[in-house]
Design a protein around this ligand. Structure first.
Ligand code: NAP
Length: 303
């Protein structure tokens, strides 16, 4: 029940209509007994700065940021955490002591969470990331945190790949001797050596929308698997396949992998864990009802 004392949180994006975050966060807020409410806030790029200032003026206690604003908002924050600075993208805002916002990024924590299950040790292993957009930057930061030895980034677009590599190589963590802890290389999608990189990978992450459906378009957007169906036959089923997509569940790629005995991870847990991490920051408590958030996200997906 909203009353005069209700405090507000929200998700800024375009579109936000089909986001699972309001259902997930409001379920958690009720469970925590907080008189707070989490709203979807549709905002165009042209209005972004005014909206951010207005929401700060309205005393919002926190915001999430989604497509397509994560990078633009990073440039509008009064302060950035070192992680948000490194990635150049913000998905969570907290008010600072003056009139601005502190930007941080919980996508990295969300992404690594299922990889840390069962205390699996990824140190020294090889990963491939398909796609070099906004979320791929959080994926690189997560894989660096897990101390992968090598990350190969695959892109269909040589220009975006070059820009992406420049950014991530500049910000990569270094040893005391100035060497990168994780080596990062780029591959064009048509590159002949790509199939070798896939064969050597311990983990392959799809950070493209290939295979995704949306509620506004029930037919698969690209009823396909990343890099096409033929390249996967020689990849060992010992490899873990991680698709950031959570709709459909499973994605065509993970459905293919599961049939052949690959260990598969979909993007729902990343979504839930990044949300839980944002809520910990806003509420100042570690104890947030992650199971309730997962149930609410899952049931909102099913409806
Ligand atoms: P983005 O910034 O638009 O980047 C998408 C990347 O995929 C770009 O590198 C793009 O290449 C590439 N791409 C797009 N269509 C392609 C195709 N048909 N073939 C090959 N490459 C293609 O998007 P994003 O924010 O990184 O999101 C990527 C995916 O991750 C989306 O499906 C999103 O829903 C999902 N995601 C999930 C979570 C979660 O919590 N589970 C969080 C964030 C994102 P170009 O540069 O050539 O366009």
């Amino acid at each position: 029940m909203i009353d005069g004392k209700t405090r507000l949180l929200g998700l800024l994006g375009q579109p936000v209509e089909h986001s699972l975050s309001p259902a997930m966060h409001n379920a958690a807020l009720i469970d925590m007994g907080l008189n707070w409410s989490y709203l979807p806030l549709h905002c165009s790029s042209g209005d972004l700065e005014n909206v951010l200032n207005a929401l700060r003026g309205l005393n919002f206690i926190g915001l999430n940021v989604t497509i397509p604003h994560k990078q633009s908002v990073a440039k509008m924050c009064a302060e950035l955490t070192p992680l948000a600075q490194k990635i150049g993208a913000v998905n969570t805002l907290l008010p600072n002591d003056q009139e601005g916002w502190i930007g941080t990024n919980t996508d990295v924590e969300g992404f690594v969470s299922p990889l840390k299950k069962n205390s699996q040790n990824w140190e020294g292993l090889n990963a491939v990331i398909i796609g070099c957009g906004g979320s791929a930057k959080a994926v690189v930061a997560g894989l660096e945190e897990l101390r992968f030895a090598k990350i190969s980034i695959v892109s269909r677009n040589p220009d975006s790949l070059k820009r992406f590599l420049n950014d991530v190589q500049l910000n990569t963590s270094k040893t005391e001797r100035g060497e990168p802890i994780t080596k990062i290389a780029g591959f064009f999608q048509e590159d002949r050596s790509l199939s070798n990189q896939l064969k050597k990978a311990d983990l392959i992450v799809n950070a493209t929308p290939v295979g995704m459906t949306t509620k506004s378009n029930e037919i698969s957007k690209q009823n396909d698997i990343p890099l096409g169906p033929n390249i996967w036959d020689e990849v060992s089923p010992q490899t873990t396949l991680y698709d950031l997509i959570y709709t459909p569940n499973p994605s065509p790629w993970l459905a293919w992998g599961a049939k052949r005995g690959f260990h598969c991870i979909n993007g729902l847990e990343m979504l839930v864990q990044q949300g839980a991490s944002s809520l910990r920051l806003w509420s100042g408590t570690r104890d947030v009802p992650v199971n309730k958030m997962r149930e609410a996200a899952q049931s909102s997906l099913n409806n």
